[in-house]
Write a protein that binds this ligand. Sequence first.
Ligand code: T3D
Length: 256
Amino acid sequence: MAEVETTREGAVLTITLNRPDVLNAFNAALHEGLAAALKEARGPDVRAVVVTGAGRGFCVGQDLTEFREAPRDIGSRLRDTYHPNVLALRTLEKPVIAAVNGVAAGAGMSFACACDLRIAADSASFVPAFINIGLIPDSGGSYFVTRILGPARAFEWLTSGRKLTAAEAHAWGLVSEVVETDGLTARAAEVAAQLAALPTRAIGMTKRLIDHALNATLERQLEREAELQAAATQTEDFREGVAAFLEKRPPEFGGR
Ligand code: T3D
């Protein structure tokens, strides 16, 4: 079985991390498989992506058995393996849903937080495990968690290393909804199908705008909006949206 599997249902690509015996911990093969899956997600017919884990875990970050021996240059390893996938995910101009089916720990928690939406099973949990082994948040963990939770809560959580239940994560705004474990796959597929039917290019540009807004002045953000709105008006979906409105019928967006 491949360490990462992809399946297609219509315009939705599901990426499954597949090392269930170790709760889908990252090793070299998983990084490579994820890179290939994220490349597949760039295909023009894919309009929404779901990332999930096989078995009872989502992803527990770095495979710690690789740390039995003194770790080599971790900085380079992060740059060569984790960073390209985090960047590929954030620059993917399509909605990405993390269907968090179980524990998300360390870089697995970071990766879930890099997604655009998180839907959690009621049995899922989130553990910023880095501090428990004397490390600091990486793979974007400090970046995404700070932006989602704000600096005070991010500091408290990332330095405590404590496990958040799915219900707590929902109360904190870390996940958008919590569903019964048995219903997670269906609910993630339903949300993904809804997103896949929307104007994909406008969603991609909205994602870019949101990322840009986090570090921009109002002037720069207004300019970016103007640039991307000019691009949005060139899409087929814009023409369809206006035509459907004027003809008083539901729009049929093709994602172009
Ligand atoms: O160079 C670099 O790559 C640096 C990058 C670092 C990024 C990081 O992600 S650092 C953080 C690494 N992750 C962790 O420290 C998490 C360690 N795991 C845990 O704390 C716990 O397993 C969990 C809280 C996540 C889950 O607990 P629980 O009780 O539900 O499950 P468990 O029994 O601990 O784990 C089940 C199995 O998965 C177990 O194997 P076994 O005993 O059944 O053979 C366990 O050893 C294995 N496992 C869990 N996490 C990892 C792991 N195996 C390898 N690496 C893991 N990270």
